[in-house]
Design a protein around this ligand. Structure first.
Ligand code: GUN
Length: 308
């Protein structure tokens, strides 16, 4: 058996095309949705993520800007920036890219973002709304995964879902969303006993713990659907060959670049047992950006009392 890939790029493009149509309708009414991304310091991955978010906004007709702050910015300095963005009428979405430097009180910053402009869904009010299933802005990666599963026809009701990873950004909110879709959900983490055995109960297995290639076929029930949220850079040739030795295109790409991106799932091992799985890159990543665009337009409508 070889798993079928779930094409996150194609699904992300379809969502973005729908969002672009929504933007056009708003623009005809004189409303231009606006997104501001705040980037603190020189975190290389964060810079790439923010650049991609701003680029996607422009493609869709969303007004977008990037605020870059020095890594030495204080919590109160950052709070002032957030407050200014909260006040601005042309800003519908505010995104403070994580991680923030250690000396900044990240929780205080996320609490300061107006819940109406919180396109990441990280404000405690939106977290609470998600928890009780009330209307609100939801975190982009978890809703992106749900949307991907829905559009791929993966059933959730009554199924067993296992989420490995308990982060506030992915694991916890995703578990709640799956629960609301009537899956039976287990959240696992680094201290879970018999992890492979628990994972093997899953009809849907989600790897979101940030450990390159950790989920091998031992963790996967034959026929399960596997979603890989991890993104890790690997440059040791031996490990890359272990992950992608059966994939000439990926090996060639590694020879050219000197590194490969691998998720938390061991691709060569798991594709022999899973029925469907998401690739890295080109799986969950494009969905995160597509849902950020969708959240920005939603925030623009909600703030003006328009139908969402
Ligand atoms: N860092 C990693 N993922 C995310 C995300 O979805 N939003 C923000 N703001 N920062 C992140």
């Amino acid at each position: 058996m070889t798993a079928e890939w779930i094409d996150g790029v194609a699904i992300g493009e379809a969502i973005k095309a729908e969002v672009a149509r929504d933007v056009e309708i708003l623009r005809e009414r004189g409303i231009v949705p606006g997104l501001t991304a705040v980037l603190v310091g020189e975190h290389p991955a964060s810079k790439i993520y923010v650049r991609n978010k701003v680029k996607a906004s422009h493609q869709l007709g969303i007004r977008s800007e990037q605020r870059e702050l020095d890594a030495s910015v204080t919590s109160s300095g950052l709070l002032r920036v957030v407050d200014e963005l909260n006040q601005r009428d042309d800003v519908d979405g505010i995104l403070v890219q994580l991680p923030l430097p250690g000396h900044v009180d990240a929780k205080a910053i996320l609490r300061a973002v107006s819940p109406d402009k919180d396109v990441d869904g990280f404000h405690p009010l939106n977290v609470g709304r998600l928890c009780i299933g009330a209307e609100g802005l939801r975190p982009c990666t978890p809703v992106g995964i749900l949307e991907m599963l829905r559009r791929s026809g993966v059933p959730l009701q009554g199924t067993r879902a296992v989420v490995v990873g308990r982060s506030d950004i992915v694991g916890k909110p995703l578990a709640l969303l799956l629960l609301h879709q009537h899956a039976t959900v287990t959240i696992c983490h680094s201290r879970t006993r018999n992890l492979p055995q628990v994972c093997r109960e899953a009809d849907l297995l989600v790897a979101a713990m940030g450990k390159p290639g950790m989920i091998t076929s031992d963790y996967v029930r034959p026929g399960a659907v596997v979603v890989d949220v991890g993104i890790n850079r690997v440059s040791e040739a031996e490990r890359v060959a272990d992950y992608f030795g059966d994939d000439p295109a990926r090996m060639e790409d590694f020879q050219k670049k000197g590194y490969a991106l691998v998720g938390d799932v061991h691709p060569r091992s798991v594709k022999r047992v899973a029925s469907r799985m998401t690739p890295v890159p080109g799986g969950v990543g494009p969905l995160t950006i597509a849902m950020l665009m969708s959240n920005t337009v939603r925030a623009a409508k909600l703030r003006r009392g328009l139908q969402v």
